[in-house]
Design a binder for this molecule. Structure first.
Ligand code: MN
Ligand code: MN
Length: 463
């Protein structure tokens, strides 16, 4: 043990690679292979729900029906509106002692199709009108391959699933950018104005319908193809949820393969960590563990599938009823980890960060005591008492963690679902994976941090 005064008194951060064992290093690699597969499988919240159900049912989870008895070790789930899902494993202790909750969102920024999307224009092309969902930097969405995902719900009650553009050989969409030769004027526009929201219209066709007597022949050709493939007519778009997402495959980043590049890592990196942590804690849980995968975080958490909705309360209430436990007591003794990404320090953009309170790649899961903007406005702000509890659990379990803020004060800001859980009276702490290029079509995380987010979640479930 060092006797140097600075070793004793000063915080001396150490790169995670210098702290993990070779066994942990292997576990990290294996974990990230599962994570990458999860990313390619679920590219919308609906697809994530389907994939989570598939994995959960394979492990013996069953839908929980209100009024059913529960016993220790029961593995349950409940879906809300096909876009949010909750998993619970009943612990050996009563819900009287509270639950341990991990909450991550499975929606993410993208281009939603408008209710009347399809049109053709005088340039001889048909396009989709879109309305972006969540906070995007619009210029990033031009000239990249896009795929089409979602559902079309028919009046007869049937649902058509669309998933087009990700498999080799699939047709794709794209929004062609302006050529640099003619971009003098556009290049002088502020970044956020250079490409406007109403310009985000992916090209979907250019071949006219063969019958020269028809009108709108290019649009008609696209509609004819959609009719042939899905049996739909134009009016069916009015009961559809379709979106364009980047058709970019998940990849290892870096010659050392130390990072993951993919679309939608905010917040599927934490969703997968929460899922895997609950699975791996199934047999060691004392308190009941609940994993919440919510929707609508990127647009304010409203709507029946967002955390502003009561679905979580109803689920927890049903579980408490099954154990004849007072819901209020359970809530007061529960703990929630609001698992959402934070940003990683990037020296290309030093102006945006405060380096003494930033999170860094490979320094582990990032804890945020508070989020918010302009004087912590909108922050949940976890208590010092709760931070002390978290530090103890993470350190006891050998989790590599760091604590920081999103960026320079008054540079902007952001929020998570933490305050929705806190409003219910549940002590809630924000923590998640530091990420580069958050909300971009291709986001980057460090594998060590992905793995440590899982380790953190597992440590909390086990306490
Ligand atoms: Mn997020
Ligand atoms: Mn986000």
């Amino acid at each position: 043990m060092s006797t140097k005064k600075s070793d004793l008194l000063l915080r001396k951060p150490k790169n995670g690679y210098d702290r993990i064992t070779s066994a942990e290093r292997q576990e990290m690699k294996d974990y990230c292979e599962g994570y990458k597969a999860f990313l390619d499988e679920g590219r919308t919240e609906r697809e994530c729900v389907i994939e989570i159900i598939r994995q959960a049912e394979a492990r013996g989870y069953r839908p929980y029906i209100r009024g059913e008895a529960v016993k220790t070790g029961d593995k349950l789930y409940r879906v809300e509106g096909n876009k949010a899902i909750m998993l619970a494993v009943i612990g050996s202790e009563s819900l009287e002692n509270g639950a341990v909750i991990g909450d991550a969102h499975i929606d993410n920024p993208r281009l939603d199709l408008k209710p009347r999307p399809l049109y053709e224009d005088s340039d001889g092309m048909a396009r989709f009108k879109t309305h972006y969902y969540g906070g995007i930097r619009k210029y990033q969405w031009a000239s990249i391959p896009l795929s089409l995902h979602g559902v079309i719900c028919m009046k007869d009650g049937s649902t058509i699933t669309v998933r087009l553009g990700d498999e080799p050989g699939d047709p794709q969409l794209t929004i062609p950018d302006l050529l640099p030769h003619l971009a003098d004027k556009q290049a002088k526009e502020p970044l956020w104005l250079a490409i406007s929201a109403e310009d985000l219209n992916p090209v979907v066709g250019s071949e006219p319908y063969p019958d020269e007597d028809e009108s709108d022949r290019i649009k008609l050709m696209v509609m004819a193809l959609l009719n042939e493939k899905y049996g739909i007519v134009e009016q069916d778009f009015s009961s559809a949820e379709l979106c364009a997402v980047p058709a970019l495959r998940t990849a290892d980043i870096g010659l050392d393969r130390s990072m993951v590049g993919a679309f939608g890592q905010d917040d599927r990196v934490c969703a997968y960590a929460t899922l895997k942590a609950l699975f791996d804690a199934e047999n060691t849980l004392q308190r009941t563990g609940i994993a919440v995968f919510c929707d609508k975080e990127e647009i304010g958490s409203y709507g029946v599938t967002g955390m502003d909705s009561s679905y979580f309360d109803r689920f927890l209430s049903d579980l408490c009823d099954a154990q004849q436990v007072n819901l209020k007591t359970c809530i007061e003794r529960s703990f929630c980890l609001s698992a959402d990404v934070t940003t990683a320090y990037d020296t290309n953009y030093t102006f945006a960060y405060e380096k003494r309170n930033a999170c860094y790649v490979n320094y582990g899961v990032g804890i945020s005591k508070y989020t918010g903007s302009h004087g912590k406005s909108g922050a949940s702000d976890a208590s010092a008492e709760l931070l002390a509890y978290a530090r103890r659990i993470l350190d006891e379990d050998g989790v590599v963690w760091q604590i920081g803020e999103l960026g320079r004060v008054d540079n902007g800001g952001g929020g998570t679902i933490a305050h929705y859980m806190a409003r219910r009276g549940i002590p809630t702490l924000d923590a998640g994976t530091p990420i580069l290029a958050m909300h971009a079509p291709f986001e980057v995380t460090a594998k060590l941090d992905c793995y440590m987010t899982y380790r953190a979640m597992r440590a909390f479930f086990n306490h």
